[in-house]
Design a protein around this ligand. Structure first.
Ligand code: GLU
Length: 417
């Protein structure tokens, strides 16, 4: 990790303690909830196509399971650290609690750049990692899902690996699977769909109409690319997007269909012909109404927060804004829809997928969308009721709501033995 990068785990703990303070949480609960429950570190060999054997490092952290089985994605990234996975696991605990679905929080990661592996190498790595963490995962214990640089195919390999160990199909062990093997309709779009639903609820607070809104999106992966499409379909103008190779900006608007084609054909949105090229992080600072960070943690910081020109920040990524930046944005009058609310649509449809797998009864897309919308709207209003009552930042309000739900579950269950 570069020395100037904020440690995500320190950041997650600070956010927790700040909310704990605001709600007057007692010291016992602070001690219990500020630490992860379980952490598994694995080092495992994978045979490369040329016969070499590489050893990879991976993690699965369960932060809390008071409200139900652990839930959270697995990311493949060269920069994954234990502290990052810890932070992401804790954020999952609060996220599932904010939307009121019966899960705890977990996260996993493997230190690898999957773009440098062949399809077969990626499959062997995934199957071996799934085997290594099989001592923790299962439909009633801990249910992984896609995250940065993982996708439905990776979930299919995990599902198949665990099923081979058991000797029968276990679809409920992961979510975000292909539809053909027990995935849910609407899961691919769910994170961005949920972000759109809460954005539509929040727009009146900043006096904006979606049809007049200019949108800038950092990240063009699972969340960002679909957000571009859905926000465009809802009437907004997408003025800037970026991926890890760079960004593209056109104040008159980008053609989203063309962006998706360019990304598919050339690997990056920077090859889009009709706009100004810029750095990946520069799209955060262009004039727009809605800014959607949809990439990684630690993007909106003390260093650049003052230059952000949006009216609203919708956190499709996990942990994109540091606590210092949160304050700066608030002082500038920018409304932040925090990650644990704004991107909770993904895990909410993961919940629907898990329920469908357990029942072996599958819903149509209309049902998925309408149940998602109801949950996102309810969570949005519960959070903003706290914002208005307690005069706290939306992130703190979301934390207060979430922490209280986890505290209630912990108190009712009691401390064992
Ligand atoms: N990786 C997604 C997230 O950060 C989805 C997790 C899930 O569906 O379990 O929310």
């Amino acid at each position: 990790m570069s020395p100037d990068r904020t440690n995500p785990w320190e950041m997650a703990q600070r956010q927790f303690f700040e909310a704990a303070e605001a709600m007057g949480l007692d010291d016992n609960m602070r001690r219990v909830l500020s630490q992860p429950k379980r952490e598994l570190i694995v080092h495992f060999p994978v045979e490369m196509d040329d016969g070499r054997i590489e050893v990879f490092h991976g993690y699965r952290v369960q932060h809390n399971i008071a409200r139900g089985p652990a839930k959270g994605g697995i990311r493949y990234s060269p920069d994954v650290t234990l502290d990052e996975v810890r932070a992401l696991a804790m954020w999952m605990t609060w996220k599932t609690a904010v939307v009121g679905i019966p899960f705890g929080g977990a996260k996993g990661g493997v230190q690898v750049d999957p773009r440098k592996l062949s399809h077969r190498e990626l499959e062997r790595l995934t199957r071996r990692f799934a085997t290594e963490i099989s001592i923790l995962i299962g439909p009633d214990r801990d249910i992984p899902a896609p995250d940065v640089h993982t996708n439905p195919q990776v979930m299919a390999w995990i599902m198949d690996t665990i099923s081979m160990h058991k000797g029968y199909s276990v679809p409920g062990v992961v979510t975000g699977k292909p539809i053909e093997i027990g995935g849910s309709r609407g899961r691919n779009e769910a994170t961005s769909q949920g972000a759109l639903y809460v954005t539509l609820e929040a727009l009146p607070r900043v006096g904006l109409n979606i049809n007049d809104a200019k949108v800038s999106i950092q990240g063009f992966g699972n969340a960002g690319s679909i957000a571009a499409r859905l926000f465009h379909e809802a009437g907004a103008t997408i003025v800037a997007v970026s991926d890890s190779q760079g960004g593209i900006y056109n104040p008159r608007g980008l053609d989203v269909q063309k962006l998706l084609e360019v990304k598919r054909e050339t690997g990056s949105v920077v090859h889009y012909p009709d706009g100004d090229k810029m750095g990946s992080a520069d799209v955060l600072e262009v004039p727009c109404d809605i800014l959607i960070p949809a990439a990684l943690e630690d993007q909106i910081t003390e260093e650049n927060a003052d230059r952000i020109q949006a009216r609203m920040v919708v956190e499709a990524a996990n942990g994109p804004t540091t606590p210092e930046a949160d304050r700066i944005l608030h002082d500038k009058g920018i409304l932040v829809l925090p990650d644990i609310l704004a991107n909770a649509g993904g895990v909410t449809v993961s919940y629907f997928e898990w329920v469908q797998d357990l029942y072996s009864f599958f819903w149509d897309e209309e049902r998925v969308k309408s149940e998602l919308k109801a949950i996102m709207k309810r969570a949005y209003h519960a959070v903003f009721e706290i914002v208005d009552q307690k005069k706290v930042l939306p992130r703190t309000a979301a934390y207060i709501l979430a922490i209280q739900r986890v505290v209630d579950a912990t108190r009712i269950r009691g401390i064992y033995p």
